[in-house]
Design a binder for this molecule. Sequence first.
Ligand SMILES: [Fe+2]
Ligand SMILES: [Fe+2]
Length: 198
Amino acid sequence: MYKPEQQNENKETFLRLLRSVDRKGIENLIDYLETKTDFFTAPASTRYHNNCLGGLLAHTLNVYENFKAQLQLREIDLPEESIILTSLLHDICKCNYYVLEQRNRKVNGKWEQYDVWSNTKAVSPPLPHSYRSIRMIGTFLRLTPSEELCIYYHMGPYGGEDYEYRNLLQKVNTDYPETLLFYIADLSATYLDEVMYE
Ligand SMILES: [Fe+2]
Ligand SMILES: [Fe+2]
């Protein structure tokens, strides 16, 4: 769980990084996140990783750190702006998506209430989450082809099972190695930096 001070610090870091990007539309996107969404308090998932208040925000910063480390390790030179935009915004479609619900359970013969995150809302538009993020970002600013590919393929082999997807993934990972490292960064953040709360 993230304490309020940690959440505030994460929000400051997130905004400082995003504001360091010199691209038209950044301020409008920040304004949208701050005034029209729950981005800064939302969980990253219902039960898989960082399913807690501020979990999504912390996840994006974890991906940022992991992506930078992966690129450094492989000596791949990617503009800092691209590292920031992809890491911080790849899961932007998860804002205004999760709701906290109360459920009942019996513990030692007694009923008690507990909170659980749920995503009962209809997905709109009904597209894979990586593509929904790209569409949302696209209403505010233009991504480069490499940034778009990093976000689109950030689920790696879990993003699709059909023959075409697998072939394209292989080609994209070869031609744009940052896409493979971004997938690894997202996976590392999820499994090595974040926990699942019962
Ligand atoms: Fe994701
Ligand atoms: Fe993610």
